[in-house]
Design a protein around this ligand. Structure first.
Ligand SMILES: *Cc1c(COP(=O)(O)O)cnc(C)c1O
Length: 430
């Protein structure tokens, strides 16, 4: 299996090169030349087993091939339960049982394992992983690489636009993980990271890697929990499972679409956006028009220019074909608050603000008379967003043990100018 760039400017390359590079040298995103077809009748015994089966075709020519089961066992060592909600055929796929209580733990841990495995044993200078975060990526990547030999992590996050607990989580690692707060939006952070990764002078001096959702090493592993859930679901219910997915940069939902295209029993896919409605506008027929980011309660989805859209577009002939692949709805802050407030009574769970967008879209689907099996995807634990959720529900939420352990550690971050060359300066030791 070879990988090419969405911008067509690089020769077909191996998975290992694409994993290590993050972004393609022509500024595009790596995509596989073709999508392999899986003939899986049943899920593996565990999520990790399914992950190894689903990821195998991509790794056929990789140096990591023989280590894939081990990599999956390490990354997928916490469960992704599908919980029944109060109403018939409503389900919740809980992806927040990892060390930083968000779905990004799976892919961050898998990518960290891959990059460790690909690192030359005697390589001298450490590789610095750059990560722009709207809150959860940075913590997941920080946790995945914390004290890992041969790696440093530099996290950029938008100052004041992440929850207090998220900010704490970004700054609490120390050691080889550094956090910088930027006076700007997530898109500014992402732009700075892309700029540094595209700076050949800088890269000649500092070994850089990327861990954003543009990295193939993030996208591919996310197919695993959709595959595992859908296969187990078909065994039990003899029906495909449809998904509503809280969406920002479009990495998680794109992985679901990819799993579906690989032949897994996944039905319809609906994206739930917050007030940053570039995707809902596009899927309802408008031109694709990235916009400035609006700050919302579901801050990890505050993305005005979803990077993975470039991959989605590459995989479809035209807008007509692409718009048939999925749908998207926007949920504003008022509806997010309302959904959190009533979720316990209506659904039997307390959601984080991101998960609330999916529950709201599920409620809308039910209101149109859709009676099929739907799973809303729970992307983070509500205790991570206690300052939003607790006042709405009127009581405290117990943090899961991993989150409680974070909160007990001290945290520090440094300010960094919102300017293209600022990151290069600190990376060069200036
Ligand atoms: C990152 C994140 C999202 C959005 O996922 P994308 O892959 O960027 O679309 C949704 N919810 C939470 C809690 C997140 O951390």
């Amino acid at each position: 299996m070879k990988f090419v760039s969405t911008r067509g400017g690089v020769a077909p390359t191996s998975l290992d090169v694409a994993l290590a590079a993050g972004l393609a040298p022509d500024g595009g995103l790596y995509v596989p030349e073709r999508i392999p077809q899986l003939a899986l009748d049943h899920a593996g015994a565990t999520l990790a087993d399914t992950a190894a089966l689903v990821l195998a075709p991509w790794f056929e020519e990789s140096h990591l091939r023989s280590r894939l089961p081990r990599l999956c066992a390490d990354a997928f060592d916490f469960p992704a339960p599908l919980r029944a909600l109060s109403s018939p055929n409503d389900h919740l796929l809980e992806l927040f049982h990892g060390p930083t209580a968000a779905f990004k733990d799976y892919a961050a841990r898998f990518l960290a394992g891959c990059l460790s495995g690909l690192r030359a044993p005697a390589a001298s200078a450490p590789t610095t992983i750059l990560v722009a975060t709207s809150g959860d990526t940075g913590a997941a990547v920080g946790a995945a690489f914390h004290r890992r030999d041969g790696f440093n992590v530099t996290i950029l996050y938008p100052d004041g636009r992440v929850s207090p607990r998220q900010a704490h989580g970004l700054g609490c690692f120390g050691d080889n993980v550094r956090a910088y707060r930027i006076d700007g939006s997530f898109d500014d952070c992402q732009r700075m990271v892309k700029h540094a990764l595209g700076d050949t002078d800088l890269r000649a001096r500092v070994a850089l890697g990327s861990a954003n959702s543009i990295s193939l090493g993030r996208l591919l592993p996310q197919t695993a929990y959709y595959a595992h859930t859908a296969l187990e679901f078909r065994d039990r219910h003899d029906a495909p499972l449809n998904f509503v997915i809280p969406t920002g940069n479009l990495g998680n939902a794109l992985a679901c679409w990819l799993a579906k295209r690989m032949g897994l029993p996944i039905g319809d896919i609906v994206l739930a956006s917050n007030a940053n409605d570039v995707l809902p506008r596009y899927f309802s027929g408008d031109e694709y028009a990235p916009r400035a980011t609006i700050a919302t309660l579901a801050n990890a989805m505050d993305v005005g220019a979803p990077s993975n859209f470039e991959r989605l577009r590459w995989w479809h002939r035209d807008d007509v074909e692409l718009r048939a692949a999925m749908r998207a709805s926007s949920v504003d802050d008022a509806a997010i608050s309302d959904t959190i407030r009533h979720a316990s009574a209506r659904h039997g769970v307390v959601p984080c603000p991101h998960t609330a967008t999916a529950l709201k879209v599920l409620e809308e689907l039910r209101a149109t008379g859709d009676r099929r099996h739907w799973a809303a995807v729970a992307t983070a634990h509500p205790a991570k967003f206690d300052t939003i959720v607790e006042p709405l529900i009127g009581h405290a939420i117990e943090p899961p043990p991993a989150l409680a352990a974070w909160l007990a550690r001290p945290a520090t971050s440094a300010p960094l100018a919102n300017a293209d060359d600022a990151l290069g300066t600190v990376l060069s030791g200036g």
